[in-house]
Design a binder for this molecule. Structure first.
Ligand SMILES: Nc1nc2c(ncn2[C@@H]2O[C@H](COP(=O)(O)OP(=O)(O)OP(=O)(O)O)[C@@H](O)[C@H]2O)c(=O)[nH]1
Ligand SMILES: [Mg+2]
Length: 322
């Protein structure tokens, strides 16, 4: 078994596409084997720049991602593309569309494309995406592009694991820009107004500038706004330049390091919670004991907080009980 994991590790590190695909599936399912694999891969120590691309459905994220991937490929960078869809329990139709659109990219051996759904992963989408990035990094991807569909809390969480977040908007969504207020506008390091071939890009830009002016700004960085036409590739080089500028600034200002610290701090704590939960759920709380506790709660002979502590103490986890 251990040998199998070692072999798997080596294959992923060597860029073996089937081994990588198998790793990502295992992560998606939350398999125990993926934990052991990830341990090896993480320690391999390779790093990728992680660019999160987020925005409402249909704004052109995949088209932009594809163009960005080509740009980086032309510079010899190996690219991993993850499309995460927190809204869908399965890899569904929209993502199939992405696959077809990116078909010409996917025959490039230096590109790895994968869509993921939340299925099974205890830590949720962001945790699964983080583990997937670890796989891509180990496989030698210098860049990971992570597309998330939608504009809610899940996207904010996925954005937290990116080094840089590109928020994609389109003209004529003035009201939606308003709707982004709750936490989503803040995640943007760079804005793209895509579909700039349509009317209203100017108005959208003014709207973003207005929103930014009332937002607590990161000192030293005002998120630039780039107009793009993803279908033709117009503006994509400009986006890439802005991304590079942000990266340089993020290094200079130590924001990058601060973000990394926050990200891994959150991840470690989350894993601790996850493991504790699993320790309780998997060995199973003794049903008979639970029943007797329940009876006592129903009769108000004991309170649920105390009983929960008792049950946990019984499983001998939680050092404060020793
Ligand atoms: N006119 C115009 N159409 C575009 C542009 N960029 C993308 N599109 C089209 O918009 C549609 C949606 O593009 P996608 O790249 O799939 O958008 P997406 O944000 O990835 O969509 P979801 O993943 O479903 O949320 C496609 O038909 C694209 O061809 C653009 O700049 N101008
Ligand atoms: Mg898409």
């Amino acid at each position: 078994m251990a040998d199998e994991i070692e072999e798997w590790t080596e294959k992923v590190r060597g860029g073996d596409r089937r081994a990588i695909a198998r790793a990502l599936s295992a992560i998606e399912r939350g398999d125990e084997s993926s934990t052991r694999l990830l341990r090896n891969l993480f320690l391999a120590g390779r790093r990728a720049e992680v660019i999160g691309v987020t925005g409402a459905p249909g704004v052109g994220k995949s088209t932009l991602v594809e163009k960005l991937a080509r740009l980086y490929r032309s510079r010899g960078v190996r690219v991993g593309i993850l499309a995460v869809d927190p809204t869908s329990p399965f890899s569904g139709g929209a993502i199939l569309g992405d696959r077809i659109r990116m078909q010409s990219l996917s025959i490039d051996e230096g590109v790895f494309i994968r869509s993921m759904a939340t299925r099974g992963h205890l830590g949720g989408m962001a945790a699964a995406a983080q583990d997937a990035i670890t796989v891509l990094e180990a496989a030698g991807c210098g860049l990971a592009l992570v597309e998330t569909v939608g504009v809610g809390q899940d996207e904010v969480e996925v954005a937290e694991l990116a080094d840089i977040t590109l928020l994609v908007l389109v003209p004529g969504m003035g009201d939606d820009v308003q709707a982004f207020k709750a936490g989503v506008m803040e995640i943007a390091d760079v804005f793209a107004i895509n579909k700039a071939d349509r009317e209203g890009a100017e108005r959208t830009e003014q709207e973003i500038i207005r929103m930014l002016s009332v937002m607590p700004n990161r000192p030293g960085w005002r998120p630039p706004i780039v107009r793009t036409i993803a279908t033709t590739g117009q503006g994509v080089e400009d986006v890439q330049r802005r991304i590079e500028e942000f990266r340089a600034w993020s290094e200079r200002s130590a924001l990058g390091e601060r973000r990394a610290r926050e990200k891994w701090r959150g991840r470690i704590l989350q894993l601790v919670r996850e493991r504790m939960l699993r320790n309780i759920v998997e060995p199973g709380v003794d049903e008979a004991r639970l029943e007797s506790c329940l009876e006592r709660v129903l009769r108000r002979q004991a309170d649920p907080h105390t009983l929960a502590d008792e049950l946990i103490g019984n499983l001998s986890i939680g050092s404060r009980h020793h």
